[in-house]
Design a binder for this molecule. Structure first.
Ligand SMILES: [Zn+2]
Length: 276
């Protein structure tokens, strides 16, 4: 992914594999097994997603490293060769082929992310025009807030700039705690009402009857399963937690009873939901 732009077919095949792994733990899956849309899965965690990387965007971020190498690297024979055959700042010259076309398309983004210190280019003109400024004959250097001390582009930061960045209300509740990842994943689904309740499975046409298998009295939606069914009600009542107006999409609003310590209360709620 750092050297070539992945063809759309490859991106689609990789995405299908990752999607299948997440929802079925297998190589293949079907739409019915996917409880959350893939766009949401690839949204960052603090924006309500699962934080799985968007491959195409990740590919572009990594390819920016190639451009950075062209503009800065002194020990890359590939970059040296390219500099001999083309005008790198403009990406013009004897650089033909899809690979270079793709790098040219990324050039504006790279230029926006970095700042160039001119040293040798147009040195004479600059010296005349800016006689008060002392210029050196050192090679040009590039810097920017997204270039680290080791001169590497911070592609993780660039990726975060490129993707959706609107915070979501349940992100901290879901991820900022010490519960095991499988429980956090369950709570992530639950907060969006996407667990495999009979009501949700009915919507996906996987089951015909939504009646709760435990009590046989009500439809088994997420709220019923977690808060309203007799077993669940007994658990919450025993803990002294008021769930009369509780809903799975506002789990973080559950009030802590004085008998339960503040520390790890959210983890405690996670584990209760998991156990129900
Ligand atoms: Zn029930």
């Amino acid at each position: 992914m750092m050297a070539l732009e992945l063809p759309p077919g490859v991106v689609a095949a990789m995405t299908a594999r990752r999607r299948a792994y997440i929802w079925a733990g297998d190589e293949k899956t079907n739409d019915a097994a996917c409880m959350v849309a893939w766009d949401k899965v690839t949204t960052q965690k603090h924006c309500g997603g699962l934080g799985v990387r968007n491959i195409r965007m990740q590919n572009q971020c990594l390819l920016l490293k190639l451009l950075h190498r062209l503009h800065t690297a002194t020990n890359s024979s590939w970059a040296s060769w390219a500099r001999e055959h083309a005008d790198i700042p403009m990406m013009s010259g004897a650089l033909e082929g899809e690979h270079w076309t793709m790098l040219r398309e990324l050039l504006p983004m790279y230029q926006n992310l970095t700042v160039v210190n001119i040293a040798t280019e147009d040195l004479t003109k600059l010296e005349v025009a800016l006689s008060q400024i002392v210029l050196t004959t050192d090679p040009d250097t590039r810097h920017g807030p997204l270039i680290g001390a080791n001169n590497e582009l911070k592609t993780t930061s660039i990726y975060k700039l490129l993707v959706t960045n609107t915070p979501c209300p349940y992100a901290d509740f879901v991820w900022r705690n010490s519960t095991p990842p499988k429980v956090q994943f369950f709570i992530w689904l639950l907060s969006q009402d996407r667990i495999k309740s009979r009501a949700n499975l009915h919507t996906k046409k996987i089951v015909e009857d939504t009646t709760c298998e435990l009590c046989g009295q009500r439809a088994e939606d997420s709220d019923h399963l977690i808060f309203r069914c007799a077993t669940a009600r007994a658990l919450w009542a025993g803990l002294g937690i008021d769930t009369q107006n509780a809903h799975v999409d506002r789990l973080w609003e559950l009030q802590r009873p004085s008998t339960i310590p503040t520390q790890h209360f959210e983890s405690f709620i996670h584990l209760c939901c998991w156990q129900v």
